[in-house]
Design a protein around this ligand. Sequence first.
Ligand code: BG6
Length: 490
Amino acid sequence: MTSQTIPVEPFDFIVFGGTGDLSERKLLPSLYHRQVAGQFSEPTRIIGASRGKLTDEEFREFAHKALKDHVKADELDHKQVAVFLERLSYVTVDATSGDGFARLKKAVGASERVRVFYMAVAPQLFGDISVHLREHQLVTPNSRIVVEKPIGRDLASAHELNDVIGHNFKEQQIFRIDHYLGKETVQNLMALRFGNALYEPLWNSALIDHVQITVAETVGLEDRVTYYDKAGALRDMVQNHMLQLLCLVAMEPPSSMDADAVRDEKLKVLRSLKRVNGQEAPKHTVRGQYRAGASATGPVKGYLEELGNNSSRTETFVAIKAEVENWRWAGVPFYLRTGKRLASRVSEIVIEFKQIPHNIFGESAGNISANQLVIRLQPNEGVKQYIMIKDPGPGGMRLRPTSLDVSFAEALPGRNPDAYERLIMDVVRGNQTLFMRRDEVEAAWQWIDPIQRAWEDNRQDAQGYTAGTWGPSAAIALIERDGRTWHESV
Ligand code: BG6
């Protein structure tokens, strides 16, 4: 896959947490790729800002290593790398005391070009940093701030955080990132729905039986012990990525791709989600926590052992039966499931259509399965439409399912740009379509909070599941109780 390159005017990109994990794994490599694609005009500058006392040269060494570790060897061109490193500099700042912001101001200078402040730091620091930026008159009309999730841990804290940032930046300058929206295949959902006349007339409760959204991972805790144990899968994945996917499936056609047109529609979906109250939570939600088991590479520890704390009740798996209460979707369940240490890494959306109203073939034709549209977000990105066909050969009319299969890798060979590449350049261009507006984030928490509360009030414990499986058996029961079954990812 290739992305079209529209060059942008020179800009300054300031990364708070410049020597952190996100900067190393995603931001610096993505910026490098955009430079190689010819998207930068000169002089574009990248300034690392962190607490560590580094010289410019040491930051360049850090960035060089980041490129070597996170860009494929055949995509590293030494001339391009040299140009890239040349645009880097570093300023030591202390987000809490404000020390270093005057130096940052000097480094940035008085230019009116686009200024991106990227918060690749813990959310507790977003507020302090935005206040210091304002106090040091670093926020110009052309400045933008990028904030990563988690935006709060519930509605109240999200509200507070949005208030602080909103006090120092206008909403049009705030880019709340959800990297799922930068994925090519996620954007393809919109292309599929609104770039084809075919699906829209079918896209409602008259013809769709239910929707499944699965984001399954094989990794465990990785190095994120402190963050993850406080968050859990509901906050880490459902509040943002899963609900954004649900919105893109369920929203009404926006009038255009204008940021607010799209976000207005997503907001309506979030506000139509039926609240899961305390009594319903045990029936509509499942929490799980992985126990020791196996991954493709061998035996793996359980969550508690990985964590080194036997008393944690944090969930690493969630399944939810959600309902969107509006005309289009009344009566169509949306089954969501996500978890760590599952059987395979797969993210996909399954739209299952209704059964045919009448079978003209009789019993000898075999079972007639409902049509399914499977949108595979990762890996093996593509779309499969399952249909029934005649089993070839004589001997009567037997039917069997087959799939019309579009693999994006085959249809669109080439490099598949990382979600961050697209999103970073959208920030520079000031395009907020793929970023969450304040009211969206808060509406998502409004739906999540009662579930979290119900779990705490009911003491709904996370049920154990063996690492390398598809989660607790209750997740299978959740959908099978309704006479449906999880799509088997192949
Ligand atoms: C992040 C979560 O937002 O998304 C992680 O914090 C998760 O826990 C990751 O692993 C998944 O992203 P991707 O792009 O690998 O599907």
